[in-house]
Design a protein around this ligand. Structure first.
Ligand code: ATP
Length: 259
């Protein structure tokens, strides 16, 4: 039987006294699933990650990570946040960034040891960046930096990898290789990825979740146009990887366009 790695049951969450951002979310993710989470801007995808990472507590419902509460289970999660613009003077090398992923494994003020170095090198090799381990991070391209941040998340030896828009700042030619890397990593690890790239979602993931405050659809690709339209609540153009596709901008729907 497949192991349940994430289970959300009747989860409701909101910021302050505002409207609920997550409404009655029921979601089970199994070991070595590769889940793509899509939905319109503001639909609550990042909020769902915050709940899984213990950064936000639902006001109703339960969340289990490998059968544990979030406070115990979050140590099994590696998180790759959205890539932000980097200060070009930032004086940190690739291996230093990956080593930071070992911090959660250290006691306060404990020094890094040889095991940390082995893991840093192993994860850099996994993401194809070992040769650049001593390069300043600021000299790398968006795609290379994203690989380093994936290595940093892997350095904590997680069972689950959460990625927020992993190809948003990666040029289109390199996006495919990031998805190929994730597909390879997925042989060992469960992956949940937020993306606006419906084409890539259809091509690479095993399961899709459509989130717009509620989870409108959770199942296998290919995604039906109806499922997407119900989530985005507006008409959607075609879905095919490598082919231009878009969510049409009429009604009040935010425009997403990828080529
Ligand atoms: N710290 C916060 N305090 C108050 N409201 C917030 C906070 N963070 C997010 N929100 C609001 O919660 C809603 C959901 O945001 P969230 O970032 O989860 O959406 P998302 O689906 O990830 O969107 P996007 O695709 O734009 O990243 C938005 O309306 C946002 O303005």
């Amino acid at each position: 039987m497949k192991t349940e790695v994430i289970n959300l049951s009747n989860v409701w969450a909101k910021y302050n006294q505002k409207d609920s951002i997550l409404e009655d979310i029921n979601l089970t993710i199994y070991e070595r699933d590769f889940v793509g989470l899509i939905g319109p801007n503001g639909g609550g995808k990042t909020t769902l990650f915050k709940v899984l990472l213990g950064l936000m507590k639902p006001y109703q419902g339960t969340v289990k990570i490998l059968g544990h509460t979030v406070s115990k289970g979050r140590r099994y999660i590696g998180y790759v946040p959205q890539l932000v613009e980097l200060d070009r003077e930032f004086p940190v090398r690739v291996a230093d960034v990956v080593r930071m992923g070992r911090l959660g494994k250290r006691r306060l003020l404990q020094r890094y040891n040889s095991k940390d170095e082995i893991i840093v090198n192993r994860t850099l090799e996994q993401v194809g960046m070992l040769e650049l381990r001593d390069r300043p991070i600021a000299e790398l391209s968006g795609g290379q930096r994203q690989r380093v941040y994936i290595a940093r998340a892997l350095a904590s030896e997680p069972r689950i990898l959460l990625l927020d828009e992993p190809t948003a700042s990666v040029d289109p030619q390199r996006q495919t290789s990031i998805y190929e890397l994730l597909k390879e990593l997925n042989q060992l690890i469960t992956i949940v990825m937020i993306s606006h790239d419906i084409g890539a979602i259809s091509a690479y993931v095993k399961t899709v979740g459509c989130l717009n405050h509620r989870l409108f659809f959770h199942g296998n690709p290919p995604l039906s146009t109806e499922a997407i339209e119900q989530t985005y609540q507006c008409p959607v153009d075609l879905i095919a990887h490598g082919v231009p596709h878009r969510v049409l901008s009429n009604h009040d729907c935010p425009l997403h366009y990828h080529e």
